[in-house]
Design a protein around this ligand. Structure first.
Ligand code: FAD
Length: 307
């Protein structure tokens, strides 16, 4: 991994840096580019704005590595709340939710996390939408996939996420590329050791294409989460080659990243879903986005020092 990327990912756990970011006015404007806001209102407003442009959304109430059951419960309540609002405002057809199991208690107690995920899935079903279970670092992959298998016994539509940087992912794709299965394919956002993850970008991209082929050839509903222009065009071309009609798969991108491309793909008739993070705990998420792109970091550091 690039040393700068490791450094930024390490800063993700640093409270002093977090305080500096939270109190620098211009840095806040950078946060707003990537995070829809802190409240349910802000999240619903973002969904409505995207829907006006023909873009679907997946809402992520920010929080990870929740340390106690009360905090996990607050996160569950935030999801139940936003699902109600989506339903009440006629937006459930436009937005689903993305959930991190560590946010709802995975490291605390896997049974609690599963139970919390059950409650969110049950609410999503009642509101007429779906849930995708985000994938976190490799130490949680097995636990996440087994929780997913449990949830899918009741709700086969619960979405999985697989990361092409992991060496194991081609095998996981083979198991999940089955009819009715919704699978998001991304490159992966965590600092992982070489024993488990490809190190070079090229190897990660090649793995992405191999996994995309397997998903398109299989019977499930693939969700291609990437901003990489080359991968977007390879996937679109492979989708046609496998005879997939538009709407038989989707592209996904993050809020604030390549918004023009998001609209362009939707105008061309592709289904596009934007991952919309919101909530108080935006810091770890923001640091991962900065680590992905040095240009973002330069922009951000300038904002941080102009207080
Ligand atoms: P990259 O090679 O990183 O980027 C390709 C190009 O996209 C860049 O050259 C640039 O033009 C643009 N770009 C990429 N990132 C940025 C940025 N931060 N700012 C500005 N431009 C940028 N990861 C997980 O580990 N687990 C998950 O559950 C997960 N869910 C995701 C859901 C969605 C909808 C998306 C889009 C990503 C998700 N990710 C997740 C993150 C993902 O793994 C990558 O870290 C991230 O998408 C960057 O990879 P990339 O495919 O866009 O390609």
């Amino acid at each position: 991994m690039h040393p700068l990327r490791s450094l930024i990912l390490a800063a993700a756990g640093n409270e002093t840096i977090q305080h500096a970011v939270a109190t620098a006015p211009l840095a806040r404007s950078v946060v707003q580019r990537f995070v829809a806001g802190v409240t349910t209102d802000a999240a619903v407003r973002a969904v409505r704005g995207l829907a006006d442009d023909g873009l679907h959304a997946s809402l992520d109430y920010l929080g990870e590595d929740t340390g106690d059951a009360a905090a996990a419960e607050r996160i569950v309540q935030a999801y139940l709340n936003v699902l109600d609002r989506l339903h009440a405002e006629g937006l459930a057809g436009w937005a689903e939710v993305s959930v991190k199991l560590s946010a709802v208690g995975l490291r605390l107690d896997p049974v609690l996390a599963l139970n919390n995920a059950y409650r969110i899935c049950a609410a999503a079903e009642q509101c007429g939408t779906t849930v995708t279970i985000d994938m976190e670092d490799h130490t949680t992959t097995d636990a996440t996939l087994s929780a997913l298998a449990e949830l899918r016994r009741t709700w086969p539509w619960v979405g999985a996420v697989l990361q092409s940087y992991l060496r194991r992912t081609e095998n996981d794709v083979a198991a999940l590329a089955v009819p009715g299965s919704r699978v998001r394919l991304c490159k992966g956002a965590y600092a992982e050791p070489p024993e488990v993850a490809f190190e070079g970008r090229h190897d990660v991209d090649l793995s992405y294409v191999r996994c995309a082929n397997a998903l398109l050839e299989g019977g499930g509903y693939p969700m291609f989460a990437t901003h990489d222009p080359r991968l977007v065009s390879v996937v679109a071309e492979r989708a046609r080659w496998f005879g997939r009609k538009r709407g038989g798969y989707e592209f996904q991108m993050l809020y604030g990243i390549r918004p023009d491309e998001q609209r362009k793909l939707a105008e061309e008739g592709e289904t596009v879903r934007v991952y919309v993070p919101y909530g108080e705990q935006w810091y770890g998420y923001l640091m991962r986005r900065l680590a992905e792109r040095p240009a973002n970091l330069a922009f951000f550091l300038r904002a941080l020092v102009s207080r």
